[in-house]
Write a protein that binds this ligand. Structure first.
Ligand SMILES: Cc1ncc(COP(=O)(O)O)c(C=O)c1O
Length: 404
């Protein structure tokens, strides 16, 4: 299916459907009249077999307490094995209503107050909140950044771990918003350091299925042929891939029986609600029948990304970070816009709602994150307005080349 065909078949106008992306702009940005390019969900209907499976379940009419069928575990395992060579046993799998709630649990499960948890910034902001909201010490290891490219400074990472006696590392793989799909070598180096210093790793792999051509996602649990698996909790979900965020369903995969026992004991104390029937139904159908749709979706995402990248080459100094994975494009506008004026530029002049760089860590003020899993017309409109306003700045003020 071409990009045009996909959009014709799956695009939906979400305004007036209580969508946070379109209907909460006033609350979030103080302005309801912006083109919405923020938050990580899509304007596309989930695959038809998922809709059909949900419709069948709705039609049944009884939504009482339900168990997770074996067919769910089979579908999850098949998806992971076929895509990533990751074989998952049923007994390793637990569920949560989302990855972020689970991160909050993990912080409480594996650390005491004031103990240190490390993340690599810039990073999806709930990672920061999960640590701070629980009274733990947040250690941020900034990724190295040069001209749009993010890499890890392993020495800094290790020193921060030893200096702060870090207990837990929340890894984002692929990385939101850096757009990186970590290579096996990069993961091996990070995980090696964690193992050496007995740091437990939570590997958030929610973006695992949104990978650009030429790149390959490797689950942390199978890096170096599973060498680190006993030190890792994997969290993944079909929610980003298939636009199912409100079905509130995520997988927690724990290979180590020791970690599983700690997890189960913690959950027992707080009592875990039953799984969401609709989340399970949607996820199983997506894993089973969603692959063709996903392949078509990837064409839309990476054609939108290529469009932005190509258009912005007109403005050297503005860096569109390579989108190796995820549909969340990070753009460095600091060559033209003073970081403290980014909000005025993006909202008041360009009339866009984007996630701001500083949400992902203060150092990244002057960046924006733009969601390109949307209709190409919106992407074009957003890029046109950024280019138009940049042109005005260039003409009137000259380029702001101040070093930050
Ligand atoms: C890295 C990452 N983790 C987790 C989430 C959200 O997870 P959930 O909706 O399952 O809580 C997002 C959403 O954008 C994300 O980017």
């Amino acid at each position: 299916m071409t990009v045009q065909e996909f959009c014709a078949q799956y695009y939906v106008d979400r305004k007036g459907t209580h969508s946070q992306k379109w209907d909460a702009l006033l609350r979030k940005f103080g302005d309801s009249n912006l083109l919405s390019m923020w938050v990580a969900d899509m304007e596309f209907k989930t695959p038809q077999p998922v809709i059909d499976a949900l419709a069948k379940r709705v039609e049944h009419g009884v939504y009482g307490y339900s168990d997770v069928p074996n067919s769910y575990y089979d579908a999850l395992n098949k998806w992971e094995q076929e895509h990533y060579g990751y074989r998952i046993e049923k007994e390793w799998v637990r569920f949560s209503p989302g990855i972020i709630p689970a991160l909050y649990w993990f912080v409480n499960m594996f650390t005491e107050e004031q103990e240190s948890v490390i993340v690599m910034t810039p990073v999806y902001y709930p990672f920061l909140n999960a640590v701070k909201d629980n009274g733990r010490k947040l250690i941020t290891c900034d990724l190295d950044y040069k001209d749009g490219i993010f890499t890890v400074d392993y020495e800094r990472f290790e020193k921060l771990i030893t200096d702060n006696d870090v207990k837990l590392f929340i890894l984002c793989s692929p990385h939101n918003p850096a757009g990186r799909v970590w290579t096996e070598e990069e993961l091996e180096r990070m995980l090696d350091i964690c193992q050496k210093h007995k740091v437990l790793v939570i590997s958030d792999e929610i973006h695992q299925d949104i990978i650009a051509p030429g790149f390959r996602h490797i689950p942390s649990a199978i890096v170096a042929r599973g060498k680190y698996a006993s030190n890792i909790i994997t969290a993944n979900a079909p929610s980003k891939t298939f636009n199912l965020a409100s079905c509130l369903h995520a997988n927690i995969i724990i290979q180590s029986p020791v970690i599983r026992a700690i997890y189960d004991a913690f959950i027992k104390r707080y009592y875990q609600a039953e799984t969401n029937l609709f989340g399970i139904t949607a996820a199983e159908a997506a894993y089973t029948y969603g692959e063709t749709w996903r392949q078509d979706l990837l064409k839309v995402i990476y054609s939108n990304y290529s469009y932005v990248k190509e258009q912005m080459t007109e403005y050297p100094g503005i860096h569109v970070c390579p989108l190796e994975g995820t549909y969340l494009l990070f753009m460095d506008l600091r060559a033209y816009i003073k970081p403290d004026q980014i909000k005025e530029f993006i909202q008041d002049e360009c009339r866009l709602a984007c996630d701001y760089g500083e949400w992902f860590g203060e150092k990244w003020r002057g960046f924006i994150r733009m969601n390109v899993a949307t209709h190409p017309n919106f992407v074009k409109q957003a890029v046109d307005s950024i280019k138009k306003e940049l042109k005005i700045i260039k003409t009137i003020n000259g380029v702001n080349t101040e070093k930050k």
